[in-house]
Structure formats: C-alpha cells, structure tokens
Write a protein that binds this ligand. Structure first.
Ligand code: AMP
Length: 396
C-alpha cells in the first residue's frame, strides 16, 4: 500500500498553514498526571517536522471511553501540559472544541494547539458529518499519525477526510506501515508467531492470515486453553472461549504441525495475588485455572525463538499483572531482546505486550519494531483494510 506522507509535501504546502494532526494521546493518567508518556514522545518527530516548516499545528486525540459525554478525569489538559514540557514550547489547550475557531484563526506560524478529548462529543464515534466538518475547519490539511486508532472509522480518524484535503500519513504511521507491510507480505523466514492474551475471538482473523505464512505459531496465555480443550485435554476452570472452538478445531486440523501449545502450566485456584501456585503437566485438575505457561513450555518456546528470520509477538503468556504468574511473559520478552541482537527481525504490538516488555527491562530500542497499535496492528497483519489508512492512500 502506498500512502501519501508528510515527506511528499513541499515547504510551501506547510509554511503558515494550519495542520490538523490526529495523534494517539490515549495515555494512562494518575492523579491528574501523565503516568506513561510513550505515546506522546512517539508523536514528537511529526510535530517537530511540522513546526520546523513553520506550520500551525492543531492536535486532536481521544482518551479513554467517555461515551460522548464530558468526563473531567478524561480531559486532555494534563497531556497539553506534559507535551509543552517535552517539546519546550507553549501548547494552547482548547477545552471546548466547537468554540476553538477564533483562537485558531488568529494563530501564528509554529503555534501549537491541543483540542479536548474528541470522544467527549457523540459525533466522534458515530462519525457524524457535522462533527467531522467542525474538525476539518481547523486545518488546511490533515495528518494522521494515530496508528492505534486507524481501524476505527471515527470523525477524527476517517470522516474528516471528506471535508479536508490533502490527507497524509505522519512519520509514525509511515514507519508502522513500512515495518508491518514487510512482515505481512515478505516475512524473512523462518517466521515464528507468538500469540497469547485472553480473547481467542479477537485473534481468529490474525491466526487465519498468519498460520499459512508462519513456520510456527506458539500459543500461550488464556487463549491456549481453548486449543487444548479442542484437543480433548482437561483444562479445569481455565479460560475457555466456547464460541471459538470450531475455528480452533479447523486451525488444528489444517495447521496442526505448525501450532505449538503449552505442555505444562502454572495453576492456581484463584487469579489473585499471593495465591499458592502449582505446576502440572498436560491435564489441569477441576477447581484450578492455568495462569501461566510452565517451565518446560518456557524452555521450549524460548528455544523455538532462536534461529528465525522474523518473530512477531502479541499477547502475554499468563496473568502477567500478578507476580509469580508473569514468568512466561517475562522470559519471552527477554528472549525477544536476545534474538534481536542476533539479527532476527522482531515485531511486537499491543498495550499489554509493550507493558510486559518494559516490565522485563526491555526497551523499545532493543526490539526491531514496537508497534503502537493493538487491534489495529492485528487487523493490518490479517490483511484487513483500515479506514484511517484508506484515506491516506495514493491514487493508483
Ligand atoms: P488480550 O487483551 O486478549 O491480549 O488479553 C490480555 C490479558 O490476558 C491480560 O490482562 C492477561 O492477564 C490475560 N491473561 C493472559 N493469560 C491468562 C490466563 N491464563 N488466564 C486468564 N487471563 C490471562
């Protein structure tokens, strides 16, 4: 897919122009402060690029799920303050999107604005034309730099393109698409995929697309138990997604030789801190849940990560938020760093997976590409078309 990008524009397209930029500032807040600013930092190259060219930058983002109403705890005001500190210049916060026109009209080159949470307005998620038009009126052109929401056809990610041209990809979206296209279309072989997490149903599409391309797919986390159940194994009270069983049976029939499942498990009666843990092989007794992959499985998965051309990882191997149930996830994270050093192309994505990487002491720079998307990344790799990228495509 060829996208129009910021780099295709020349200086005259940007100097003194108002640029509406959709960013992903859906960041965790605690006591009115930004707790993790990874996503804000990830937007800085695009902002700096635009400011250096003398543009007026108007930023739009959502934060959390306020469901079309004003929820003061989900205001982007703390993000405006934090961004101002990072970028070393004032950021004018527009607390009410419909009444921002006058301030933005009077702006000078290199002024920087952040609009309030777009999801405070019901028109954002419903992609209401009036709301899209309002957002479009704040720019002379549109830059999408929010890869994580590219799978949503919302007013600020998609609808805006009906009223504002040109629409181009920001530097972050450009980088995401470059790396993810490479592993979607031409993964360097051998190619190992590692999937975990809780919801099998979310990953059916990506499994469908990746199983024919991958040499191996290692499955851990809560989703593994649906596979084990489909093989007739006892899984006790572990997570089970009944509705996905028929898909899973089909995957096992067609690609059974590529799918690698856990052989032992860390089990507990309850999923809570300080719960006594046991290790079992194969069958999980009634009254117990699998909460992490066991040591034999860790050793097997880690050895299968060696010697690959490409490794893609999404989803924790266990309930990694609870100490003692996090070993499988942490070991995979550390091994991913090690294989990157040996020349394997490594790609990860998803909020939990990135948190797990950081918890294991692995930084983004130690992995080939850490995607800022979760659902968007999986949909992209599954070959689906993402509305937020469709609007950036070059004419064929
Ligand atoms: P997902 O959003 O589908 O990637 O799921 C992420 C969540 O899966 C994390 O919050 C993990 O705690 C959870 N998870 C991983 N393994 C298990 C498991 N064995 N049992 C229950 N939850 C799990």
């Amino acid at each position: 897919m060829r996208l129009r990008t910021l780099r295709n524009l020349n200086a005259a397209d940007l100097e003194g122009k108002r640029v509406l930029v959709r960013v992903d500032y859906n960041v965790p807040l605690e006591d009115g402060q930004v707790k993790d600013d990874t996503r804000i930092r990830a937007s800085l190259p695009t902002l700096q690029f635009l400011l250096d060219k003398g543009a007026i930058v108007v930023l739009a983002s959502h934060l959390g799920r306020p469901k079309g109403k004003v929820v003061p705890e989900l205001s982007l005001k703390p993000v405006a303050d934090h961004l101002s500190m990072l970028i070393g210049r004032p950021v004018t916060f527009i607390p009410d999107i419909p009444s921002g026109a006058e301030q933005i009209q009077q702006a000078k080159p290199r002024d920087l604005f952040l609009l309030e949470n777009t999801r405070f307005y019901p028109g954002e998620r419903s992609n209401d034309p009036e709301f899209a038009k309002l957002l479009a009126s704040y720019g002379d052109l549109f830059v999408n730099d929010a890869f994580g929401t590219a799978h949503r056809a919302h007013a600020s990610t998609y609808g805006v393109a009906s009223y504002l041209q040109p629409c181009v990809a920001g530097l972050l979206v450009e980088r995401e698409v470059r790396y993810l296209t490479e592993i979607r279309d031409h993964p360097k072989k051998p190619y190992t995929v590692i999937l975990g997490g809780a919801k099998v149903s979310d990953k059916i599409g990506v499994l469908e697309a990746l199983l024919p391309k991958a040499d191996r797919c290692l499955i851990g986390g809560g989703m593994a138990y649906t596979f084990l159940k489909a093989q007739g194994k006892a899984i006790g009270d572990s997570l089970l997604d009944e509705e996905s069983i028929s898909h899973v049976e089909r995957f096992l029939q067609t690609f059974g030789d590529r799918i690698v499942l856990p052989e032992d498990h860390v089990i507990a009666k309850e999923v809570r801190p300080q719960e006594p843990l046991e290790i079992v092989e194969e069958e999980i007794p009634e009254g117990y849940r699998g909460v992490d992959i066991g040591p034999k499985t860790i050793a097997k998965f880690v050895s299968l990560m060696e010697g690959n051309g490409t490794v893609f990882w999404n989803g924790p191997m266990g309930v990694f938020e609870i100490p003692g149930m996090d070993q499988g996830t942490l070991e995979i994270a550390r091994k991913l760093r090690q294989v990157t050093q040996s020349g394997t192309i490594t790609v990860t994505g998803g909020g939990d997976t990135v948190r797990a990487l950081h918890a294991a002491g692995v930084s983004d720079e130690e992995i080939t590409h850490v995607s800022t998307g979760g659902g968007a990344t999986l949909e992209f790799l599954a070959g689906k078309s993402l509305p937020g990228l469709e609007i950036l495509k070059e004419e064929e």
